[in-house]
Design a protein around this ligand. Structure first.
Ligand SMILES: Nc1nc2c(ncn2[C@@H]2O[C@H](COP(=O)(O)OP(=O)(O)O)[C@@H](O)[C@H]2O)c(=O)[nH]1
Ligand SMILES: [Mg+2]
Length: 302
């Protein structure tokens, strides 16, 4: 039985004013159980948005690109949620985030909702928090959610599991950084972008990045170039993102993604429980998880 608070939150969402939405999202971040229960309460709600992860090293212009994308999408009457996940900074309010995202006075304008999400540390829960936040935003009528993460660690891979499309950004002038780009990031990338194309070396960086992806993952070499600061190339990024998004509506791909999403959430939930309650002696968590995963992947099997 969900608590009255969860039931109330779920019912309030579709017409929630920004303040209520903010309160619900804060609860989602602070309390993983609330996040789980809210997800359960919203199950079957028809609202579906497109979730776009934007990741890459610090300083390449991810926030600027998100702002530019949001501006373009607002012009097309989309309602946009932006979640920024920044492990290096403490939670900041929407206004500060708006500033960082370079929306200036447009932060929290109608149809645009910004929030920075604190990461949760070792016990996991990021994917669950992002999943529940995205669901809440979708039910509240935001049809595109942009999720910015700094491409440095496990967070991106977790986030990739709960988004529909992953955009990986780079910028020229980072020296050897393109070579050092983590293979993991290239594996999860659907759309590659070299931002700061107004700087020298952008074409070379794009060629290198494309070649690197071909070499590490066998994926296509296409790389888009943008000058996010001036909105150049942003429409092309959106075109590429929505193309991937449409492809993902294919029932089989959707099924596979949902399965991955569910198993990730389940795994986090189990880890959290195990973290709260010391395991019984002799219980092999890794083996249990492997079994649970296998059972999920093949519900008909043993
Ligand atoms: N030259 C140039 N600078 C940019 C561009 N896009 C963003 N920047 C600047 O790069 C810096 C980092 O941008 P930010 O969006 O905060 O990067 P993030 O850390 O990846 O989110 C800021 O000073 C931006 O103004 C661009 O297209 N060209
Ligand atoms: Mg940023």
């Amino acid at each position: 039985m969900p608590s009255p608070e969860v039931t109330q939150a779920a019912a309030a969402l579709s017409a929630a004013p920004v303040v209520t939405l903010g309160r619900i999202l804060r609860r989602v971040e602070d309390d993983p159980d609330f996040a789980d229960d809210l997800l359960a309460a919203l199950q079957g709600h028809p609202a579906r948005g497109l979730r776009v992860g934007v990741t890459g090293p610090a300083g390449v212009g991810k926030s600027t690109l998100c702002a530019a994308l949001a501006r373009t999408l607002r012009e097309q009457s989309h309602r946009i949620g932006v979640l920024a996940i920044d492990p290096s900074s403490p939670r900041t309010g929407g206004a500060v985030l708006g500033d960082r995202l370079r929306f200036g006075a447009h932060a929290h304008q109608d149809g645009l909702y910004l929030r920075s999400l604190a990461t949760r540390g070792e016990t996991g829960g990021l994917a669950a928090a992002v999943e529940a936040s995205c669901r809440a935003l979708e039910v509240a009528g935001y049809d595109v959610v942009l999720i910015e993460t700094v491409g440095v660690g496990q967070d991106e891979v977790e986030v990739a599991d709960v988004v529909d499309v992953v955009v990986v950004c780079q910028a020229p002038g980072l020296g050897d950084d393109i070579q050092a780009m983590k293979a993991g990031l290239l594996e999860i990338a659907d759309v590659l972008v070299v931002n700061k194309a107004d700087r020298e070396g952008a074409a070379r960086a794009a060629a290198e990045l494309g070649a690197l992806r071909r070499w590490t993952t066998g994926g296509p070499t296409d790389v888009l170039q943008t000058v996010a600061q001036r909105g150049i190339g942003v429409a092309e990024v959106w075109a590429a993102v929505s193309k991937v998004g449409r492809r993902r509506e294919d029932p089989e791909a959707l099924q596979r993604r949902l399965l991955r999403r569910v198993s990730r959430l389940l795994e986090q939930r189990l880890r959290r429980r195990w973290h709260d309650t010391p395991p019984a002696a002799g219980l092999d968590h890794a083996a249990l998880l492997a079994e649970a995963r296998a059972a999920l992947a093949d519900p008909g099997g043993q």
